[in-house]
Design a binder for this molecule. Structure first.
Ligand SMILES: NC(=O)c1ccc[n+]([C@@H]2O[C@H](COP(=O)([O-])OP(=O)(O)OC[C@H]3O[C@@H](n4cnc5c(N)ncnc54)[C@H](OP(=O)(O)O)[C@@H]3O)[C@@H](O)[C@H]2O)c1
Length: 275
């Protein structure tokens, strides 16, 4: 049966790869982007595209109503993919910058989910898949805002899963490590917008960060293409018993083991050294 799937953040990276692959295998996909200019390149590839900005709370109910109407009321899966990473030392993050990070990655994502849930409850089935990160369970220096937003997302997803037990709606988290996408260049834009390195205690580390963020191509080992995430997404959508957590990339598997078995202080040493 053709599945009805909604995906956020399809202008690039994982969202785009997921939308194309699911569309190509015959599913009915609504791919959302937040900029008008991103619609045409996607429709040219055969995708059905709508505008959805996670930060725009007022517009969301009407957009969801439109989506449900296009899907004739049935929505089989929601892939909560859209997000960005705000780099910067925790002490350099203003209240507004933190709020913005949560507005998109957490509040917008959950608001959308809550608008979709009544339809899934009514039909008695559904899959909600959150694109989290390895940084949703281990913390790296200078990623505090993003770390916190993904930890928060994991908290909401884990709670929701308990509350939806026996509803027919399954909640999964995907936890990728480094993936090829526009994530790093988008993070660099946020860095330049919100961090003033020259005035900061951490300016030496910021110089190294600028070098990494401006690197073209894989900046860290074990980087995988977006299709590696899509493979796990497809399992979460299709499997009779979807997993609660899907690890993607070797670093995610490795950090999951280290987190489980190392004492906190030793894990800190490893994380400091690696970063
Ligand atoms: N790449 C990695 O290494 C990696 C690792 C772990 C987890 N992830 C997660 O994977 C997901 C996809 O990221 P990606 O790697 O594919 O990066 P990406 O290429 O930067 O894609 C992010 C998408 O989110 C969209 N977005 C950002 N803010 C939005 C908002 N307010 N409303 C709606 N859409 C918004 C972006 O749209 P615009 O183009 O308009 O900005 C873009 O389409 C994210 O949740 C990210 O945290 C990525």
């Amino acid at each position: 049966m053709q599945k009805h799937i909604l995906i956020t953040g399809c202008s690039s990276g994982i969202g785009l790869a997921a939308a194309l692959q699911l569309h190509q295998r015959g599913d009915r996909v609504i791919a959302t982007v937040r900029r008008q200019a991103d619609i045409a390149p996607l429709t040219e590839q055969g995708l059905e595209v709508l505008l959805l900005d996670l930060d725009n709370a007022d517009a969301m109910p009407a957009i969801v109503a439109d989506i449900l109407q296009r899907f004739d009321g049935r929505i089989d899966a929601l892939f909560n993919n859209a997000a960005y990473g705000q780099p910067g030392a925790v002490e350099d993050l203003s209240r507004n910058v933190l709020r913005q990070q949560f507005e998109t990655n957490v509040f917008g994502t959950q608001a959308l989910t809550n608008l979709i849930l009544p339809a899934m409850r009514q039909q008695g089935h559904g899959r909600i898949i959150y694109n989290s990160s390895v940084l949703g369970f281990v913390s790296f220096p200078y990623r505090g805002a993003y770390n916190a937003s993904k930890y928060a997302l994991e908290g909401l997803a884990d709670t929701l899963r308990l509350e939806l037990h026996d509803s027919g709606i399954h909640i999964s988290l995907i936890e990728p490590g480094p993936i090829e996408s526009a994530f790093r260049s988008n993070a660099f834009t946020k860095y330049k917008e919100n961090i003033t390195p020259e005035k900061r205690v951490h300016r030496q580390q910021y110089l190294a960060m600028e070098k990494r963020l401006s690197t073209v191509g894989p900046a860290v080992p074990f980087t995988l293409p977006a299709s590696a995430v899509v493979k796990k997404l497809i399992h979460a959508i299709d499997s009779r018993r979807p997993k609660i957590r899907y690890y993607v990339t070797l670093p995610t598997y490795l950090f999951a083991i280290l987190k489980r078995f190392l004492p906190h202080r030793l894990l800190d040493v490893v994380l400091r050294k690696i970063s």
